[in-house]
Design a protein around this ligand. Structure first.
Ligand code: B16
Ligand code: MG
Length: 217
């Protein structure tokens, strides 16, 4: 069947994962505890709300709903201050090479992200026009590792799940792709992403031959 490609955003197309990390770390520090990069692995691909729940568990802090909402807001404002300075130079190396190849070959492409900030980020780095659909945190009710985000993306591009190829940097995202019966490609550390069907350190390691095989061309 016809193949389609689904890309995660943070940590795959752009390195906004580092800005999420900084904003969570700033909040943790303000609340009197530290937050390490290792702990941040569990935040990748996970909804903003779930991240704050985990952060507060790490700090041993319990709060009421109003305080929770306020810290969510504060973290996002801090994150957006990093995003405001982004431009196309922050697209990860060799991502345009792969996106351009797929576009030239008319392969359907979707974005599948947990982020509620996905569209403004794609606009900032000038990649919005590449995607036939953007399925983001505003459209999804169940966060990764639930497969909902990728199943909606597959439906939008009219490609059956088993013919979808998902690029993901998060453990939760690889789990979501696998349970949707899609082909999972991990971007990052093979030790962390051991559940992925294929793993590459980054896009510079991806040969166009590999992409051609996946697209059947
Ligand atoms: P926001 P992805 C995810 O994006 C991030 O990996 C995750 O760390 C973040 O908490 C989530 O988006 C929500 O983002 O606060 O911008 O709505 O990796 O699924 O593209
Ligand atoms: Mg990600």
């Amino acid at each position: 069947g016809k193949r389609g490609f689904i890309f995660d955003l943070d940590g795959v197309i752009v390195d906004t994962a580092k800005y999420h990390y900084l904003a969570w770390k700033n909040l943790a520090n303000e609340l009197g505890f530290d937050f390490t990069e290792e702990q941040n692995e569990a935040f990748k691909g996970v909804s903003r709300r779930r991240c704050l729940e985990i952060l507060l568990e790490l700090g041993g802090i319990t709060v009421d709903e109003a305080q929770f909402e306020q810290w969510l807001h504060e973290k996002n404002e801090d994150y957006l201050s990093y995003i405001a300075r982004m431009d196309a130079s922050e697209i990860l190396p060799d991502v345009p090479r792969v996106l351009n190849f797929l576009k030239e070959n008319h392969v359907p492409m979707a974005l599948g992200s947990a982020s509620k900030n996905a569209i403004p980020i794609l606009e900032k780095v000038d990649l919005l026009s590449y995607f036939d659909t953007v399925v983001d945190g505003n459209k999804v009710t169940r966060a990764k590792p639930d497969p909902e985000v990728f199943l909606i993306a597959a439906r939008d591009i009219q490609v059956s799940p088993e013919n979808c190829v998902v690029f993901e940097d998060a453990v939760a995202g690889i789990e979501a792709a696998n349970s949707a019966d899609m082909i999972s490609v991990g971007i990052g550390d093979p030790g962390v992403l051991s559940e992925a069907q294929h793993v590459f350190k980054d896009f510079t390691e991806i040969d166009i031959k590999f992409i051609k095989q996946l697209v059947h061309i």
